[in-house]
Design a protein. Sequence first.
Length: 421
Amino acid sequence: MPTVLSRCRRCQWSLRPDWGPETEWPYPGAPAALVAELAGCPVAGLPFFAPETVTSDHGAVYKSHHFVQAAATLGIDLLPARAMRPPDKAACERAFAGIQSLLLELLLGYRGIDVADRGADPEGDATWTLSEMEHLLATWIVKAWQNRRLDQYAPAWDPGGRHSPNTLFAAAAARDGICLEIPPPELYYELLPVHFVRIATRRGVKIGGVWYGAHSPVLEPHRGRLSGRGGRHAGKWAVHRDPRDCRQVFIELDGAWHELPWNGLPPSQEAPAFSDARVGDVLRQAAKAGLKPRSDAELLPVLIGLVAAKTPVDAWPSQMTRQQKTDRARELARARAAALDRPAPAPSPGPSPEDARALHRQATAAVEADRLRRRIAAVPVPPLAPQLLADSLRAKNLFLLPDEEQETPGEAGTGRAEEQS
């Protein structure tokens, strides 16, 4: 049972302030202290593992290049469901139906799936913000959904017992064990959308209409040169960018990841976070004003003006439209999520990246050793390996005719006597 532990600070499986000790990791097979040490925080009682196959519908997000790239990086097989065939993803449909009937219908402001299900004033009863709703859903999953009794779906080996998703996961963990997979910190960069570009001599790399890394020393040996990549993107360099925060991009050189800042950032590196959608707005606004910037530093006033226009001090929150509030709140939330997902830089007295990678190798080696110990305990005497096909061919030539059977002297005399008679 492969299990993935994420060492990010915004771990969705970590205990929240109002969650008691009854929601901690309760499963056998791996001590709670070990799991908390690997995850970097106390882990809630919600099983987490790496899926082998993902079945999805034909939404644009599931067919995007980024989704396919991330699935390939994690070793996940994508299985698109047939069009207009909900039973192909019955587990997902059943989960959403359970959330609707067991949680959403009990909340104030629920609009229902039909006009007849709505209350007198659902807009006036709506009091939940997006963050509060996310916290409510996470609490309900850990405390209610994972501990509910499975009546009609009890396991075949104990149909009359009282089982829940947590107890079934505990039984599977006790029977097969848990193989912890500790992802390296570089996994964050590998899962970002990749862009194949060339490195200019003076301005760096251009992604999404803006330039990065003009004064970055890590690009000096590679400026104006082609990479060793072949195929469709021959000669180009792979650069990764987080669309939630476009103030910097990331490139892997000589086995290490480096950050390339936006050329338009001021020397103090203080600039509001902006997404890829805001980059498009900045470029369109500059083109509309007839601005032809010679450097990205000239785009910074345009960016500040757009952000200030979205959130003026005297207009927040009374004079802004609902769409403006939603756009700005979503952009700020995405920027905070990107900052939390990004590997935190090690403090000066702390370990170096080499020490972090060494710690990752030690943890992986410990997990492999425990897995080998379990395998040896399950099979004390390993079975003998079958004979190789090449060995059997060398032992006997298929094109050699078998030798004729040699007759013994007694058999030969008996045969001649029978012929004479």
